[in-house]
Design a protein around this ligand. Structure first.
Ligand code: SF4
Length: 428
């Protein structure tokens, strides 16, 4: 770690953050990064010299332990601490990542409308201009490389890079599995299958395409391009998301091929972060139809695998309202299969999603509570149920809706024999 002081800022290269993901109630950074500290802000950069975090340190910043994070898709998230305990109860995390784009947030706050957050972005531009004006004939080695990288990775080129990422994988990731919160949403996306099986009427994240697996050639091409794209910073990743909405329905062979190839080519075993995680969405059919072969194969991968299944409701009237073409029995069977897989495979953890709206058929809430309580003999620590708020109202009505949804969620949480959390839609 080397430090340098300039007129208006100080630089520290190659700082070491945590080498493991933890849930803590203070600002934590992972892997290796470099930092520039001014009087009012700390700007932190990944190993490619791309801005990743901004944190205010003046008295004007909304909260001393809150910060901004930029994703590899060039979206900004504001990590809100609020009261810590309330957030932890709802989300299982000490921070609530508020995205700069429309999502299913259950809070009223939009930090991106706040003056101090806007001034953080302004200050970043001012800092870049100041670095450009430095006399580079006096600056050598790692520091010079760092400055040249951050000049190259200006906001315009970072926006273009995000487009490049989507071109490489051939789509945008409209939603990440809720379990990716365990790695702070820092996953490398690799698409092995497009579309989904049901194209449910209520769903706002679907592509509308029928399910279609990618070829092995396409998958390999993505991995090699991703290696180039992530460049030096690939060392700060230990997790892979196999997209899109039902990659579990691709064959065991294709999943294994993609996961093992990515593990080798992206050199995940050399990551700055311990352990390795695989995230994948599945469906009722992809969870209940396959023989044990698929899960044996997943269990033997060099990853701890989280599989997330969209169940939405076990109430037939609600399923019809959501235009999800499944029966209550199929949902029940999938739920029990989830419990069974979690018991039998030490490297796989299946979680399930349900939806909540302010107004739903009467049988909806009891159907979730019944599954999460009466169908289980005891409390389980492994696995979880996530509840996704469906928000479509604006203004005052949205506030009332949020309150109703949170009240219903609390009822589920109070009864559930599985951990229960709210599912925030984060994209990539
Ligand atoms: S909920 Fe899942 S299966 Fe239904 S349309 Fe959306 S992505 Fe497809």
């Amino acid at each position: 770690m080397k430090s340098y002081t300039f007129n208006n800022f100080a630089v520290t290269l190659n700082k070491k953050g945590s080498s493991e993901y933890f849930k803590v109630s203070y600002p934590i950074r992972y892997g290796s990064f470099s930092e520039i500290k001014t009087r009012e802000f700390i700007f932190q950069f990944n190993l490619n010299g791309e801005i990743k975090y901004i944190q205010g340190i003046s008295k004007n910043w909304p909260h001393p332990a809150e910060w901004l994070k930029r994703t590899v898709a060039n979206d900004w998230l504001y990590y809100s601490a609020d009261s810590y305990s309330g957030i932890y109860d709802f989300f299982g995390e000490y921070y609530l990542p508020c995205p700069s784009y429309n999502s299913n947030s259950v809070t009223n706050r939009n930090p991106f409308n706040e003056k101090e957050i806007e001034s953080a972005f302004e200050s970043f531009k001012v800092l870049l201009d100041e670095i450009k004006r430095l006399n580079f004939s006096n600056i050598q080695g790692d520091l010079k490389t760092f400055f040249l990288n951050i000049i190259k990775n200006n906001p315009t080129s970072l926006a273009k890079k995000a487009e490049r990422l989507h071109n490489i994988i051939g789509d945008q990731i409209t939603v990440l599995p809720p379990d990716t919160r365990h790695v702070d949403y820092d996953v490398i996306p690799l698409i092995i299958a497009d579309g989904c099986l049901y194209n449910c009427g209520f769903c706002t994240v679907k592509s509308g395409k029928p399910f279609s697996p990618r070829s092995k050639e396409n998958i390999l091409k993505q991995i090699y391009s991703l290696k180039e794209f992530y460049a030096q910073d690939v060392l700060n990743y230990n997790s892979l998301f196999l997209g899109q909405h039902d990659a579990l329905f691709a064959s065991a062979e294709l999943i294994e091929f993609a996961a093992k190839s990515a593990y080798e080519i992206l050199d995940i075993k050399r990551s700055n972060l311990k352990n390795s995680y695989l995230f994948i969405f599945g469906s009722v059919d992809s969870l209940t139809n396959p023989e044990d072969h698929l899960f044996k194969s997943l269990n033997s991968l060099p990853f701890y695998t989280y599989v997330n299944i969209g169940l939405e409701s076990a109430d037939p009237e609600t399923l019809a309202m959501l235009q999800k073409p499944l029966t209550g029995k199929a949902i029940n069977d999938a739920f029990l299969r989830m419990i069974d897989i979690n018991k039998r495979y030490s490297n796989i953890e299946v979680t399930a999603n349900f939806v909540l709206k302010d107004e739903m058929p009467q049988g909806h809430l009891p159907s979730i509570i019944d599954l999460a309580t009466n169908s289980l003999g005891h409390v389980y620590a492994k696995g979880a149920i996530y509840v996704s708020p469906l928000m479509n109202a604006k203004g005052k009505k949205a506030y009332v809706n949020r309150k109703t949804i949170l009240k219903k969620f609390n009822e589920i949480k109070r009864h559930s024999r599985l951990p229960a959390f709210i599912y925030l839609i984060e994209r990539l």
